[in-house]
Write a protein that binds this ligand. Structure first.
Ligand code: SAH
Length: 252
């Protein structure tokens, strides 16, 4: 029997945010691979093998997935959010490129999921209503200078900016540097959203401004959205705050 490798996005957390296609791929898998907390969201059915690995072992995990699929197994690799956004799908294609021949006999599919920035945006209104970009602040795989340059140019171009991986225990201060750079190119009243653990029981959403932002809550489960010049807040029903970015830019 020929194998299959499907890289599946499980969304930010809630079962209702997983697509039926992702669930079907999970149900059909012989072997499930992934970072332990993502696998912990799933219940193995009889005969299904779960292989959890550490967060830092992405390339080894990808090679392992190719090997199992080339042996005829139906393999599912899980990612949080969308597997193509700072996640396992790119690691799998890197492994394919580095191991020519290993992926000749089976099909690879990517099943999309709701990425953190879309879930965070939905919770607070429509901050991504006009042009935006996404930047990971992790310097595990790119030099910090590259991150600084991208932040500076994105700020200058007045994109709404979604910041993934804003802080971790090993990098508690980079978010401050990032805000310093953004502060020098954007007005201090620019809206900033901290969306922590979106879709989980301990979800917290905080709306603040660039000037206040360095003191706000931020960790590895937080997604930060920095507004553009046009992003604004509205007070809705019962004092609720909505943030949105109008569809048209100034001058239109
Ligand atoms: N593939 C994932 C992103 C992986 S990078 C996706 O598409 O969402 C990991 C970063 O994603 C975290 O540091 C955080 O910035 C963000 N993130 C993932 N899940 C989140 C959640 N439930 N709430 C807020 N941010 C989240």
């Amino acid at each position: 029997m020929s194998g299959q490798l499907t890289i599946v996005g499980l969304g930010p957390g809630p079962a209702g945010w997983v697509t039926p296609a992702a669930n079907a791929a999970v149900a059909a898998a012989d072997v499930m691979l992934g970072y332990a907390p993502y696998l912990a969201r799933l219940t193995p059915r009889a005969g299904q093998i779960f292989e959890a690995s550490d967060n830092r072992e992405e390339l080894q995990r990808a090679v392992r997935a190719l090997e199992l699929a080339s042996q005829g197994k139906r393999v599912v690799m899980v990612s949080g959010g969308d597997p193509g956004v700072f996640a396992m799908a790119a690691a799998v294609f890197e492994a394919v490129e580095k191991n020519p021949g290993l992926a000749n006999d089976f099909d690879i599919r990517v099943e999309p999921g709701i990425t953190a920035m879309l879930a965070a945006a939905a919770r607070i209104g429509a901050p991504l209503g006009h042009d935006f970009c996404a930047i990971s602040l992790s310097d595990n795989l790119k030099p910090w200078e590259v991150i600084e340059r991208r932040l500076r140019l994105a700020a200058e171009a007045d994109f709404v900016i979604a910041l993934y991986n804003p802080a971790s225990k090993a990098r508690p201060n980079q978010i401050r540097h990032a805000f310093r750079i953004l502060n020098s190119a954007r007005k201090p009243e620019t809206t900033v959203i901290f969306a922590r653990a979106v879709g989980r029981d301990d979800e917290e959403i905080e709306v603040t401004t660039l000037k206040e932002a360095p003191d706000a809550l931020c960790d590895m489960r937080t997604l930060v959205i920095v507004g553009s010049d046009a992003t604004r807040s509205l007070r809705g029903n019962k004092g609720r705050i909505w943030v949105y970015t109008p569809r048209s830019a100034r001058g239109k």
